[in-house]
Design a protein around this ligand. Sequence first.
Ligand code: FAD
Length: 413
Amino acid sequence: MSTVVIVGAGQAGSELAVALRQTGFGDRIVLVGAERHLPYQRPPLSKAFLRGKVEHEALRTRTLDAYTNAGIEIELDTAAVGIDRRTRSVTLADGRTLRYDKLALTTGGSPRPLRFGPDHIAGRTLHHLDDAIALRQELHSGGTLLIVGGGFIGLETAAAATDMGIAVTLVEAQPRVLARTCPPAVSAFAEREHRNHGVDLRTGVSVRSIARRDGALLAELSDDTLVRADLILTGVGIAPNDTLATTAGLAVDNGVLVDAAARTEDPDIVAAGDCTRQWHGFLGRSVRLESVQNATDQARIAARTLCGKPTERSTAPWFWSDQYDHKLQMAGLPQAGDTAVVRGDPSSHSFTVVYLRDGVITGLHAVNRPRDFTAGRQLVTARAVMTGDEAASEDLPLSELMKRHQSTVERRA
Ligand SMILES: Cc1cc2nc3c(=O)[nH]c(=O)nc-3n(C[C@H](O)[C@H](O)[C@H](O)COP(=O)(O)OP(=O)(O)OC[C@H]3O[C@@H](n4cnc5c(N)ncnc54)[C@H](O)[C@@H]3O)c2cc1C
C-alpha cells in the first residue's frame, strides 16, 4: 500500500485529500495540520465570523465524517518539523515519523510580523481561526482599534469593526489603499466608503512607534500625530510558509517553486496554495497567488499529478472581497502597461474597470457588478478581443461581447 502525506490542513490540503480519492487514489492518505481545528475557510474570518454572523463550525470545508468516510486520516494540532527526502519521511513535532511515497506541501502563509518602538510591541494579526476568535471577543467588549495596513484584510476588518460600533483608525503607508492589487478608481471608492462609515482613514502615513500608556496603546505616526487605541491589528501581507521545503533542499524563491502541474523539482513532492510560487498555465508566467480559488484549483491539479494524470490551468485567476454591503470581484491579473477602461461612474456604487493589452481583455475589477464579473471572467479566460469603446460602453453588456466572441470562434472553426 502506498502513502500520500499532505502537510498543511487548510483550504488546499483539504481539497487535495478529497481530490485524490475522487481521482481514483485508493491507498493511504494522511493529512497533517498544525492547527487544532478541522480545515476551515479563512475568508469569513475578517467578514461574517468577526461580526458574529456565523459560528466556526460553519466554516469547516468538510465535516469529520466526510474525511472518515473517504478514508482520510487526519492528524490535527501536529506540525511537521522536517522532511527527509532520502528516506521519504516527515518528522512531526511530537517526535513521530511518517513515511511517504508521495508528499504534498500545502502549508499556506504567515502574516508578516511588525514590531514597533523600543518595547517591540507587535500588533495582532488575523490569519487563523484562533486569531479571529480572540479578536471577535475583544471587539465585542468595545474600545478603539488601530489597523496598520490598507489591504483587503485591514479594510474588511475595519468594515466589520465599524459595523460593531468600534471606533477605527486605519493607516496605510502607500498614497492609497489597495495600491498593490487595485486600480486608483477602486482604491478611491474603498477610501470614500470607509470614511463615510466613520473610519478615520489616513494614507501616506506609517507607524513610527508604539508605547503603552495608561492601560492603552499610543501610536506615533510618521506625520507626528498620535493615535490612542485599545487594540492594534497589523495587516501588511503574508509570507509563504516555505521553510520546510527550504531545509529539505527544494527550490524556493518567495514560495515553493512548482510547475504548472504543481510539481516541485522532486518527482515525489507536489505543492499547492499560498505556500507556492507557480508557473501559471493560463497566465504563462510565474506568480504567487493568495486566494481560495487558487488553493482549490491548484490542489486538484496536484492530486491529478499524484495520480499520474497531470493537467494545467486553463482559466483566469479570480478573487473577491466584501466590505460593508459592497462586493468587489476581480478576474485576471493585469500588469503594468495594461490600459484601464472604466465602465460606469466611478463616483457611484457600481462600476467596473476593464484592462486591455493590445486589444485583448486581461482582467477586470467589478464593484457591485456581479453580471459584469461573471461575463468578464469568461471574456478574460477566452482572451477575447475588444476595443476600448466596447469595453467602456454601458449600452453593450459584457455578456453580449462574450456571445460575439463565441460566434467569432465558431465561424473560424
Ligand atoms: C482573514 C482572511 C480573509 C481572506 N479572505 C479571502 C477572500 O475574501 N477571498 C479569497 O479568495 N481569499 C481570501 N483569503 C485567502 C485564502 O483564505 C487563502 O488564499 C487560502 O486559505 C490559502 O489556502 P492554503 O491551503 O494554501 O493555506 P491555508 O488555508 O492558510 O492553510 C495552510 C495550513 O497549513 C498549516 N501548516 C503550516 N505549516 C505547517 C506545518 N509545518 N505542519 C503542519 N501544518 C502546517 C497551517 O497551520 C494552515 O492551517 C483570506 C485569508 C484570510 C487570512
